[in-house]
Design a protein. Structure first.
Length: 442
């Protein structure tokens, strides 16, 4: 809220700085006095938790990069590679290298867990709706860059899963061959293969691929940091939404960000970090794949190639479609759909607390995403034995994929036509304090 700053520089130095670069004023106005709805619950602490994990990933990643060697050149008589060995050396020889690596690998999982909670929260409270559309779109862009960063990072240890995940995902582009089969003669590669080869820097995933993926894996977190800056800027223009989804009407509805939310964010951050520490110190490989402790071997395809858990729902969608190009379109379509959520949701009521029907579709959607994640982790030919009937898992994956799109393109726009929302409180103060009387926001 520019223009009504309450910052008062107290010393000669801060007055000098304020008239040249009012950075302390910015920090004061956005993180101290910023009027924040007084009813934000635990789900509103995840933005701060995410900021913390972005910092953890950048710091641990920079130190890891000091010891990591992005080379697929073979070692040990051709059984290993420079990159794989350098990761083993980080684990065994570098002081606290094991800690750095486990913090980084499990940090990625915690980061995704937090981002999913943050996104579902946004959907539930209608936080993407006007006037927060740009805030939401920036969030979706952050998420897409996070997915790319995590994918590039997974390739770096150059284990079996690294190599084969890189091969499967980059090969998705070859689906475009079905659109433009040949460029420059019947024997020339199709456009998709050309793109894949351009991405690899060769005729298969190899040394050049590893090198460029390392370069991008180092770069993209800083792109995320820049997008987060814009995201928080876009948040500070309209201010926070809140669990009631109703607008702030005056000072009685808000409290200053500090100390109320600095303490609340800090408390829940500590709880989240306890779970993180438990993983790092007691189950550091819980979210990892044992196959990635086998050095990459282009001649041996692992029986079951799976991405990290946080990408499994999308993997299930991709595999549920038999036609490759259509599968790739569904995969990218599922991500692109998120960009349009602010307009797909046509209800005039933001928060699902007051939308009895939508709430149920929402929880089915959450269950659907978890189910798709589970299905993505299973072998493609797996079957469920249900009371003597064999159900190929392909079918629940198809139904799950269908529901994902039905939720966004049918339920979101059309349910408001038949749903009667519950009555909402007149103001946040009335809901929280039982009175709409103005109170000092101190
Ligand atoms: C690195 C990742 C991210 C960081 C650091 C981040 C940071 C934040 C912070 C600090 C807030 C304010 C506090 C809160 O509401 O929790 C916030 C709010 C919000 N974020 Fe994010 N965010 C990230 C990713 C995302 C993603 C992926 C989305 C959606 C696709 C998203 C959508 C939103 C929305 C809609 C709000 C406003 C919530 C409301 O006021 O009700 N964010 N974010």
């Amino acid at each position: 809220m520019s223009g009504n700053s309450t910052y008062q520089p107290k010393t000669g130095l801060t007055r000098w700085l304020d008239s040249r670069l009012p950075i302390l004023r910015l920090a004061h106005d956005t993180m101290t006095t910023f009027p924040t709805p007084r009813n934000l619950n635990v789900w509103y602490t995840f933005g701060a938790i995410l900021t913390f994990f972005l910092a953890v990933q950048i710091v641990t990643g920079i130190v890891l990069a000091m010891h990591f060697l992005p080379s697929a050149v073979l070692t040990n008589g051709g059984t290993s590679s420079v990159a794989f060995d350098s990761v083993e050396s980080i684990m065994r020889d570098v002081n606290y290298g094991w800690l750095l690596r486990y913090m980084h690998a499990n940090g990625a999982s915690m980061f995704f867990l937090a981002v999913y909670i943050h996104m579902f929260r946004g959907l539930y409270y209608g936080s993407s709706k006007a006037p927060r559309e740009i805030l939401w779109i920036l969030g979706v862009l952050i998420y897409v860059v996070m997915v790319a960063t995590a994918f590039f990072g997974y390739v770096l240890p150059w284990g079996q899963m690294s190599f084969w995940a890189a091969t499967v995902i980059t090969n998705l582009f070859s689906a475009l061959d079905q659109v433009v089969p040949h460029m420059g003669g019947a024997h020339a590669p199709g456009i998709g293969t050309m793109i894949a080869q351009w991405l690899w820097g060769g005729f298969a995933v190899g040394d050049a691929t590893l090198n460029r993926f390392f370069s991008l894996h180092y770069l993209l977190p800083f792109v995320i940091a820049g997008l987060v800056g814009l995201h928080i800027w876009a948040l500070h223009v309209p201010g926070n939404n809140n669990p009631l989804g109703i607008d702030v009407q005056g000072p009685q509805d808000t409290v200053p960000f500090h100390p109320y939310y600095t303490v609340k964010d800090g408390f829940y951050l500590c709880l989240f970090v306890i779970i993180y520490a438990f993983l790092v110190f007691f189950h550091p490989d819980f979210v990892g794949n044992p196959d990635n402790y086998t050095p990459a071997n282009p001649l041996v395809t692992p029986p079951h190639i799976v991405p990290e858990w946080y990408l499994l729902p999308f993997y299930a969608m991709l595999r549920s479609i038999p036609q490759k190009l259509f599968g790739v379109l569904v995969l990218f379509g599922a991500l692109a759909t998120l960009l349009f959520v602010p307009w797909l949701d046509t209800s005039r009521v933001r928060s699902m607390r007051f939308r009895p029907m939508m709430k149920q579709f929402f929880w089915v959607f959450v269950a659907d995403c978890i189910l798709l994640g589970y299905l993505g982790s299973q072998e493609p030919q797996a079957v469920w034995h249900l009371g003597g009937i064999d159900v190929p898992l392909l079918w629940p994956a198809r139904i799950g994929t269908l529901y994902y799109f039905v939720f966004f393109f049918v339920v979101m726009p059309f349910l408001p036509l038949i749903e009667t929302p519950l009555e909402r409180p007149k103001s946040i103060a009335e809901a929280v304090l039982g009175t709409a009387q103005p109170q000092a926001a101190e």
